[in-house]
Structures are given as C-alpha cells and as structure tokens.
Design a protein around this ligand. Structure first.
Ligand SMILES: [Zn+2]
Length: 176
C-alpha cells in the first residue's frame, strides 16, 4: 500500500481505537484516561504510526521527510557542542566555524541514516517495533510533555494500534 492509503487508513479508523480503549477501560478496568489532550495526541501518534513503518523504504515520503529533520537535529546538537569552544582568537570567525563543523555532522548523518535503517519490511515492519513505538510514545507524553499516567497509557496504546494498522494493511504481520 502507498502513502495515501496508509495515512487515510489511519485517519479514518481512529474511532476504532477509541472504541477498543473504551471497552478495555470499562470491562477490564485498564486505567486509560481519555482526556481531550490524550485523544488529540493519540490521534497524532496513531496517524503517524499508520505510515511510520515505511521509514525503511528509501523512496517512501516518511523516509525522505525524516532525513532532513534528522540532519538538522544532528547539526544543531553538534553546533551546541562546538559553540562554546573558542576555536580561533577571532570572535567574528568562531560562529561560522562552529556552524561549519555542525553542517559536516549534519551532512554525514544523512548517509548514516540511510546505512543504519534495516532493509524494507525487515524488523521495522514487525509487532515488536509497534510495541517499541507505543512505549516511546508513552514515554514522550508522560516524561516529556508531563501528561498523567493514564493519559500517556492511552497515547501509547493509540500509537501501538496505528503502527499495527500499517502492518495489517500491508498484510505483513510478524513478531520480529
Ligand atoms: Zn509498509
């Protein structure tokens, strides 16, 4: 399936995740907290998850869209590391040199990113990665954004479900 189908699949099936989460909450007492913010973030992580596994395809939009973000993030963190150092005694030159070094890191990360991503429909297209994505989303929302446990639990669940949806639509469900 292509990008449009995966993302549209995520956009339209989100209510199913709300339904399953509600049933788990009411019948099995899973402590999901379906607050407004949790459901909005859940939607975002769900739809992102519905296309995320194609990260391992070099031509996929999500792969190509992520590379510049990774490069900028790498370049920026390299700049933060080098900006404190007075590389030369000429203050007017130091900023440019620090950014020069940073841009080399960003440039290199472009190729490192392509090299470390496993082959298409390898391990990234697996239920294990769906679980990892769910756990990461939980950690980001609870520890990064300061949401409550039950809210983060729902976001993590929605993220997992979105990722799982991708594997189902690909008809490519394997554990590892
Ligand atoms: Zn796929």
């Amino acid at each position: 399936m292509n990008y449009d189908e995966h993302v549209l699949g995520g956009i339209i099936t989100y209510p199913l995740s709300i339904l399953i989460a509600s049933l788990l909450k009411y019948y099995l007492a899973v402590p999901f907290q379906l607050s407004f913010i949790a459901m909005i973030l859940g939607y975002a992580f769900y739809v992102l998850g519905s296309d995320l596994p194609d990260m391992d395809h070099p031509d996929a939009l999500i792969h190509r869209g992520t590379k510049p973000l990774v490069a900028v993030a790498m370049g920026t963190s390299a700049f933060l590391k080098f900006s404190g150092i007075s590389i030369t005694e000429y203050e007017w030159a130091n900023l440019t040199i620090a950014w020069g070094i940073a841009s080399l890191f960003a440039f290199a990360s472009w190729y490192v990113f392509s090299a470390v991503i496993p082959k298409h429909r390898g391990i990234i297209h697996s239920v294990s990665f769906a679980i990892i994505y769910g756990l990461l989303s939980f950690a980001i929302t609870v520890y990064g954004l300061g949401l409550k446990f039950g809210e983060g639990l729902f976001v993590g669940f929605a993220a997992f479900m979105g990722y799982l949806l991708h594997l189902i639509l690909d008809k490519h469900i394997k554990l590892i």
